[in-house]
Design a protein around this ligand. Structure first.
Ligand SMILES: NC(=O)NCCC(=O)O
Ligand SMILES: [Zn+2]
Ligand SMILES: [Zn+2]
Length: 500
């Protein structure tokens, strides 16, 4: 497991969860002698950082003795668009909070994540405030998406407040989890319409919730209560149906759409046809369900629960197809859906797969897994690696080039990339990868070296909330297509009653 730096601090030092900490100091920093890798190109050059901001990117930068110098190639730190830290879900709370999850992320080369705020008692503002509190121990930069669970006037008004005053530019709709998070098409349509007027991106978890509910009943009636029932109850066709429906509804409203955790070929093909934004997650890209069907009962029983997420991890073949879609630009950026539970939490579903808290890990492993799966296999270039792990996320959520790039003026979120630690929690990727082929040697978060020599120096409270402004690039051209649509509605005057 990675070592948390446990120096007893002076000044602002302190202790959290029994761990004492010392803040990493802000310093002047020069990354020298290597290549700077951005999504738009690689170039020879040095990167000079002051007060957390990149102030120069060019060859042969000269600095004084007071400046710390690292010899290496830098690339932008990863941005994970999809995490659930400290999330209340399925009657329990995910084990990684904003401190432990982010510490793991930094050790794995991710320097920002976007988490999902749930309303509290129907109020978006109360939900936002609750998440501000959860995130107050952050040691890494973060942003928020907001979940919409019901519709009324106050939700509509609060959406505006969230966008205009609270830095939220994306709203997520669950088309599944009947009885808790699920919304129907009516709510989805109203939500999409409101998103469009505010310049906010509509996001969907696309599975047909009513059909999943029927599928689960069918499994229980057949006496299938084991974790395999989870996958059998919600086959790819249900993910594809909801993906197709959400895409068509978004096209009908003429507003952009972002489909989270695309897990199967069938759903990916709907996205390919529609040119909407699709996010695969590392579990879907690298895992398959074969462990679920292991004839060795002991192995299977050990593995099953940690593979349970929604939509399910599919049979072998879907993963390779999702990789191919990512390499050709059909899918756009990689998330994790990091939502971790302990073995004892997973065991809530020992007699009934419906009670297994859904979720897998990945926030620490994502950068390494994507490197091995996509770059080492020669499916994508290093610049594309930066694009799908960082830059595209920053662009979509409208925080580029502050994040997602090594450019003058950008936040100094940089990794020096050159084997897996953190086994404190159960991992969905154990046995899958014994060794990583690349390694994040150093992570720099807004100019602070937070990960180096396998040591993590993190300070709770040092992470910053990154507000995300509306009307990102996905909204470009929407007005024009709206006008074209309206002009195509030729008034059917000859059919007015008075004419007859
Ligand atoms: N995906 C999952 O199984 N758990 C996290 C919540 C969600 O994204 O649906
Ligand atoms: Zn989901
Ligand atoms: Zn999720």
């Amino acid at each position: 497991s990675h070592q948390l730096m446990c120096e007893v601090g002076t000044g602002n030092g302190g202790s959290i969860g029994g761990i004492s900490w010392l803040p990493a100091s802000l310093s002047k920093l020069l990354i020298k002698g290597g290549t700077v890798v951005n999504a738009h190109r690689q170039e020879r050059g040095d990167v000079y950082v002051e007060d957390g901001i990149i102030v120069a990117v060019k060859p042969n930068i000269k600095v004084g003795d007071e400046v710390m110098v690292l010899d290496a190639t830098g690339m932008p730190g990863g941005i994970d668009p999809h995490t659930h830290l400290d999330a209340e879900f399925m009657g329990t709370v995910a084990v990684d909070d904003f401190f432990s999850g982010q510490a793991a992320a930094l050790a794995g080369g991710t320097t920002m994540h976007i988490d999902f705020v749930h309303p509290v008692n129907g109020s978006l503002m109360s939900g936002f405030e609750a998440y501000e509190k959860k995130a107050s121990k952050s040691c890494m930069d973060y942003g928020f998406h907001m979940v919409i669970r019901h519709w009324d006037e106050s939700v509509s008004k609060e959406m505006e407040i969230m966008v205009k005053e609270n830095g939220i530019n994306s709203f997520k709709f669950f088309m599944v989890y009947k009885g808790t998070f699920m919304v129907d098409d009516k709510v989805l349509l109203r939500g999409m319409k409101r998103c469009k007027s505010l310049g906010a991106l509509a996001m969907v978890h696309a599975e047909n919730g009513d059909a999943v509910f029927e599928g689960q009943k069918r499994m229980i009636e057949l006496g299938i209560t084991v974790p395999e029932g989870h996958a059998l109850s919600r086959p790819p066709m249900l993910e594809a149906e909801a993906t197709m429906r959400a895409i068509r509804l978004a096209s009908f409203m003429n507003t952009p759409l972002y489909v989270v955790h695309v897990m199967c070929i069938d759903a990916m093909e709907e996205i390919a046809k529609a040119r909407k934004t699709g996010e695969p997650v590392v579990s879907g890209l690298v895992l398959d369900d074969s462990k679920l069907w292991d004839p060795d009962f002991i192995t299977a029983a050990k593995q099953d629960f940690r593979y349970v997420m929604s939509p399910p991890i599919r049979e072998s073949g879907h993963n390779k197809a999702l990789q191919a879609a990512l390499s050709t630009g059909v899918l756009h950026l990689v998330g994790t859906d990091h939502c971790t539970f302990s073995s004892s939490q997973k065991a809530f579903g020992i007699d009934d797969f419906r009670k297994i808290p859904n979720g897998v890990n990945g926030i620490e492993e994502r950068m390494h897994l994507v490197w091995d799966t996509m770059v080492e296999s020669s499916q994508i270039s290093v610049t594309d690696y930066v694009r799908i792990t960082s830059t595209e996320c920053a662009r979509i959520f409208n925080i580029y080039p502050r994040k997602g790039a090594i450019l003058v003026g950008s936040d100094a979120d940089i990794i020096i990339f050159n084997e897996l630690r953190n086994k404190s929690k159960i991992s969905s990727f154990e046995n899958q990868y014994e060794f990583f082929q690349g390694k994040v040697e150093v992570t720099i978060s807004r100019g602070r070296i937070v990960w180096k020599d396998d040591e993590l120096k993190v300070a709770p409270g040092s992470g910053k909330y990154i507000p995300m402004p509306p009307f990102g690039f996905l909204f470009d051209g929407i007005e024009k297509t709206d006008a074209k649509l309206i002009s195509s509605f030729k008034a059917p005057v000859h059919r007015f009653k008075s004419d007859v």
